[in-house]
Design a protein around this ligand. Sequence first.
Ligand code: MG
Ligand code: MG
Length: 260
Amino acid sequence: MIYLKTQEEIELLRENNILVSQTLAELAKYMKPGITTLELDRIAEDFIRSHGALPGFLGYNGFPNTLCISVNEQVVHGIPSDYVLKDGDVVSVDCGTFMKGFYGDTAYTFAVGTVADKTAELLRVTKEALYKGVAQAKAGNRVGDIAAAVQEHAERHGFGVVRELVGHGLGRRMHEEPEVPNYGARGRGPLLKEGMVICIEPMINMGTKQVVFERDGWTVRTKDRKPSAHFENAVAITKNGPDVLSDYAIIEQAIKQQQQ
Ligand code: MG
Ligand code: MG
């Protein structure tokens, strides 16, 4: 069942996704060598609670923390720990909120200090792939149009597209229908309709597309242990085209301020 949202509901989803984006912007200040991923998790939890929301991931299917933090070869669902960030790391931070009956779900992959050129390219291409997917999020298109746009862009650069994990509808539940894969064929899959809200979230590997599920029950990593990147936007399908509910501008402004 795909739930279509009213404009009022879309605005509540926007509030949530802006708060998640603000949380990620706050974390950008601390994304430096020497901090542990568990410290980042505490900062995010305090920030979310002080803004009147609940961490959306904490306790979700038993997940133990506020953030999924996935470093380097970790793809998604990494558990915050005493791991200390170092120069050259890439850190995927996936964050959720729950407020006013709706969820927020947005992710960004940060570079710590100076990363290898090829790694910087992986981050750039993965974010571009997200934007290519978002551009297809229009009423009358199908989920396969999004999926194919993401896949083609990543593979054109020789990167691997993860198959096992997919985007999803977002609303009163964190994961609603439809599934939104990052691979597929144009013109296939569920029809996109005005009022749908979906999360588009490419998970792109530098090397093989194959992944391994770690024994902690959560962490997904690349099979070849090469780096992976993950970017996620929540997007509403409207009569005026895609309405992006996440806000990368405030995250990237915060990153720039740290670099000055
Ligand atoms: Mg997410
Ligand atoms: Mg998601």
